[in-house]
Each structure stands twice: as structure tokens, then as C-alpha cells.
Design a protein around this ligand. Sequence first.
Ligand code: XIL
Length: 376
Amino acid sequence: MRARRAALFAFAAFAAACAPVERAPERHPSLAKAFQGQFAVGVAVEPGHLEGLEGRFVAWQFNGLVAENAMKPPALQPQEGRFDFARADRIVEFAARHAMMVRGHTLLWHEETPAWMWQESDGRAASKERVLERLRRHVHEVVGRYRGRVQSWDVVNEVIDASREGCLRADKWLEVAGTDYLDVAFRAAHEADPAARLFINDFHTTQPAKRRCLIAVVRGLLSRGVPVHGIGHQMHVDLVEPKVAEVEEAFAEFATLGLEGQVTEMDMSLVVGVVRHPGSDAQLATVQAERYAELFRVFRSRREISSVTFWGLSDGRTWLDRGARAGRGDRPLLFDADLEPKPAFWRVIPPAAGRAALRAEVVSKSAPSAPALGTP
Ligand code: XIL
């Protein structure tokens, strides 16, 4: 009897040490640990990505989170005065449980401003004063709720247009409120959480004309005493653009502002223009790996870069293969759809962390079995 129980126990231990453990996230080096002391490494998620094995994977690989959509204004205040924090709370609570930083994204974005912002209850167009009052309220409520739990905010997103005199995008915000909306948004965020780091976030920040504009707008804000603490570089790059030298040059130029910098939405599309770059999957993965390595070399060389956030967990979760972009076979991230590290992961990870991974693998052999894959 005793022998039978021992045999059963041995078999159970053996089974636990085999197949499920093969999927244990801890068997690979952690990006967060690999860059400890240099910058935080974050990932954009929906709350449903934080369950099961996927959640465990997120907590192992990253030490920063951003809501891919759950903190955008229409998600948080779908109707005037009706706030819905349930989904955003799940992300912030997960981060707190796992000692992760949170980037708040975003308080103002021309693409996602709820329609009620622009209308009076009788259907007339809302006045500048009304719109600024609503903006102030939104920012106060949202930043106030997450005071001390969200460390940095993209206060405004994609407001720069280098083709325009004055450098600001000709959107509804500029049309209704003039340039005042920028000052109001930053000042309100600072009032609600004086310790939060406040960012102006944009794409193509490395292009010469755009970066000159962004720097000019930020200098203007700073000269008026508006609390801006950092530049957010989205960094949605592709296999060809921007050139690494241009990124280096741009970061050096931004450094003259003396502000913090964060890479906020990193991914690297295989689609250049509108078609997938020529080459086999393996060839493209190699080119991608080299280019990721080069960009990370630049990020590591910059003291002002405090975090690098990926826009999605894996090639199975990327916005670049959804909606109108579905079916293009884009694979822009460091992990494939099965959460396996791609060549780019191994090129980005510093060699010392790779060695630590071998040790982690030995440790993971004795780890408990992995839970099942989470649902979206
Ligand atoms: C994207 C999300 O990834 C999509 O799921 C959503 O449908 C649209 O927005 N720049 C930004 C992000 O600042 O908020 C965008 O996120 C991607 C481009």
C-alpha cells in the first residue's frame, strides 16, 4: 500500500514536471529583470489579458502596464458625468498586486473624444468655456481616482501636426478651445496628482520636422509654467523606417529639453507602406531581430529614457493584425502567438540575462504546473 502510494506520488511529481511546466513563463528570461536599473519594460493590455497563463506571463516578463483601450475617454466617461472605471480598475489592481508601474493612456486624443464633449443638452454646439470645464472635470476625476497608482499619464496624445503653422493638429479641440486646451489638461492633471509624471505623446517623433514642432510646442508650454515632465515616443516603427541614426539624432535633440523620455507604444511592423516586406517568415524575423537590437542599443544609451512599453503582448494580440489590417500577416512584437520568444527577443535581451535564463529553466523544473491559457 505504502509502495503504491509512493509510486503514485512519484508519477504525479513526474507529470507535473513534464508537459505543463514546458509552458511555464518563468523558463525564459524576464525583460523587466534584464533591464532593471535602466528602464521599466511595459506592455499594453486589455483587462481580459490578465487571466490564467497569459496573466502570469505578463507579470513575469514586464514591470509596467498601460491600458490599450480601457482608459481612453469614451471608455471612462461614455456619457457626461457617468464614469465607468470597472475595466481600468482591473488593470490598475493587477499592477498593484504585481508591483508594476502604470502608464495612464490617455486623457485627451482627437480620435477618441466622446461626442457629448461638443454639445449642449439642447443640441447646440458647446462653448469653449463649457468644453474646457468638461475637460477639467474629466482629468480631475480620472487622475484623482488613480492618484498614487498611475505613475505617468499621456495627458495629450497626437496633437502635433508639422505641416501646420503653430504645429498643432487642426482638430475639434483646437477649433473650439484654441491652444488653451493643452494648458488646461496639464494643469488639471497636476492638480489631481502632483506626483504623477505628465507626458505629451506622439507618433513619428523622430522625423525632423515633427520633432522640431514637438520641441517648440513643449518649450511654449514650459515657458508658460505648464507642468510637462516628459516626451512619449510611440515608436510604431517598421522594418525600414525610421533609420537608427535618425532615432539617435532625435533623442539627442529631445534631451536638450531636459525632460524625461518614454518609449510608449513600441512595435515593428513587417508591412512597409501597404505590403508585407519581401522575404520568408524566417528572413523577416531575422531582419526584425537585428533592428530591434539596434533600437534597444539606442534606448539603453539614453539616461532620460525611463521606460519602454510594447503595444501588445504578442503577435496574437497586436492591433496591426486586426480590423482593416487583419490578414496581412503582421508580426510586430517580441513574442509569437503562442507566447514563445522570437529571434528579436533573444537579440534584445542582454547576454547576461540569457545566462540567467538557463538557471531559471533549472529552477522552473521544480515549479508548480502552469494554469491553462487565459481567454480574451
Ligand atoms: C489603438 C488600439 O491598439 C486599438 O485596439 C484601437 O482600436 C485603436 O487604438 N496610437 C495610440 C493608441 O495612441 O491609443 C492606439 O491604440 C494606436 C496608435
